[in-house]
Design a protein around this ligand. Sequence first.
Ligand code: ADP
Ligand code: MG
Length: 722
Amino acid sequence: MSEGKVTLGSPVTALYGVGPEAARKLAKLEISTVFDLLTFIPRRYNDWSNVARIDECEEGREISFLGTVTTAPVRKGFKKQSPVSFYVSDGTGRIELSYFNAPYILDKFMVGDKIFVHGTVSYYGIHAQIVNPFCEKAESSDELRLVRPVYHLTAGITSNMINKWALTALKLVKNQIPDVIPASLRESENLCSAAEAYEWVHAPSSIAEAAAGRRRIAFEELILLGIGMKYFMATGGPDEVAPVVISSGSLSSDAAMRWKTVVGNLGFKLTGDQRKALSDIQQDLMVSKPMNRLVQGDVGSGKTAVAILSMAMAAIMGKQSVLLAPTSVLAKQHYDSACALLEGSGINVALLLGKTKASLKKEIKTQLREGEASVIIGTHAVLTDDVQFNDLSLVIADEQHRFGVKQREKLLISRDGSDGVNAVHNLVMTATPIPRTLAMVIYGDMATSVIREKPAGRKEIQTHFLPYTDGQDIYNVLIAKLRKGEQAYIVCPRIDDDSEVVAPDEYYYDDLLEIPGVEKPSEAVSVKTMKKRLDDHGISEKYETAVLYGSMKETAKLEVMERFLSGEIKVLISTTVIEVGVNNPNATMMMIMNAERFGLSTLHQLRGRIGRGDKQSYCVLCSDSKTEQALSRMKLMCECSDGFELAGKDLELRGPGDFFGTRQHGIPTLRAANLFTDAPLAKVACDEVNKLFAQGGKEANNLMNNIGTMFRLRFADKMGTL
Ligand code: ADP
Ligand code: MG
């Protein structure tokens, strides 16, 4: 424990009881500072305030009471599995508490201990008992907290721990929380104070109080994001760009020819929505105000073609553009698509990856500086290098994984390395169904183009559920597909049996970990185990199988991908590395092992890897989980194939704050605000602050300072790690 004063920005280890091990686990929940802990809002509450006492213990009734242990815990039987039980009394009666699979209870309680108990009464014969109740030591009824927060969890961390730490933290810092909400808004919206809000969400005396606390924190969060992004993440460059003039009227015949060549290379007709997006982009490119546009289209809607055609437009007018992909596999794939599409148009394409050999990199950089290559494709790594451009005018970020603002800033500055920084047109492509209001809050005045229409001839993917993760059926369906010459993905939640589960669904653990004796998550199938199973079943003998995961060497990954795209590898067994962007229209089958471990957004993204051609594709979700939550999510996946609709459902299942894997898509996780339903709040809040800023004065200045401080603490400092 540190000696100094604990502040909002202190690391969690500054709190009594939080050691390095706990800090490491908390980091998985994105909690690293004291303020992170405070803003870690419970995902729901157990309301035990309206329940019965021991003398009212009918079968099936939920009761809670403060009682005294009257007999020491003993094992009832001789087997290891025999339950441990003891009696408690609350003055109205006496009842037996029985624990299965919880031997630690033997040492936990002694006769005379005062304990708080919550559980559901069951009978055997005439004998009443509570099986596996919630139980904790509590001295008096003033300490009783009948509304219990339940948080998102990770292995080794319980809701009680987080709650205790959050309350410890609050005690230490509650007088240091700067207010970011204007007084006028506090009044008109009837909001409580910041300190109250945090107290109410972590230790509410009623559900209504918790809701009022959350509402206030949601306002804070939306103001920080909306205003913070606008004032504290500005790129600082001038806001004029040289227009990239493209209009068919004034196109030279040479330019027109080249454009025709490119369009001819497409090999398909653009959908109406793709054409609309392109014309939006073209309009934007023709004015000197930098474009700031988001192209939103569900997986498989054909965003790549729109991106490459936009770059071709710029190139034909003599301008350079950059397409940024989140992974090298994806960058390579875009590069191949661009080469095919731009063939014969005289437009040179360059690929720049972090792993590109130094000598080659140097050569490519020269090409970029001299303007020889005008379509540049790379990973975000290209931005960290000292890349200079001849005449860069368009930057496209595909699958906007990392917020982007900081990277774009870097790119702008590196453009010529001097003060003469020029702004560029920005285009962001995403499959995340971001509501318009959210896009406005996060990206400021961002315009959106939506691609809803799927390319013609696509068949809807059929999704099925198999209630196990091993079995002959799995291999039979797989072989049936392979026989037809089609290819398959198998996705597993971890690399090998010792490695951590790649995508544990935090909320999957929530309830399971806290209840003693309840079935723990089943073993997760690993990529390597799956490979071995295919070998053992003789599948690998007939059809080439290969593995792919993030920690493989970059060159090995690219090679496997290449061989999978060329059809040589028939079955690709991988982790979620293939989640983003990978495009192999001949892959028509996807099996997802331990599907319960993945969030709906991940499942939807994964599933988006198939159904990309005109053949019928199948997605098989394999899971032996029997929890209601897991089953309801599998059912949803089988019934629903629309990203936007799933996003809404995901939100319902996960609770506020965490919608559709926002983190994966580079949008900072919102913890209190629900951006589907709180979007109007965002607008009210940001409008009010902007109004105040426009008036100026002392309150405005203070508020500006506070928002700056809190924005950095809550979002900006974290963007590097997003
Ligand atoms: P995403 O929007 O998920 O990035 P892609 O751009 O990777 O989707 O496109 C998916 C597949 O659809 C690719 O194989 C692409 O060539 C194809 N495609 C894109 N547009 C059309 C279209 N208008 N008609 C037919 N196929 C198309
Ligand atoms: Mg894509």
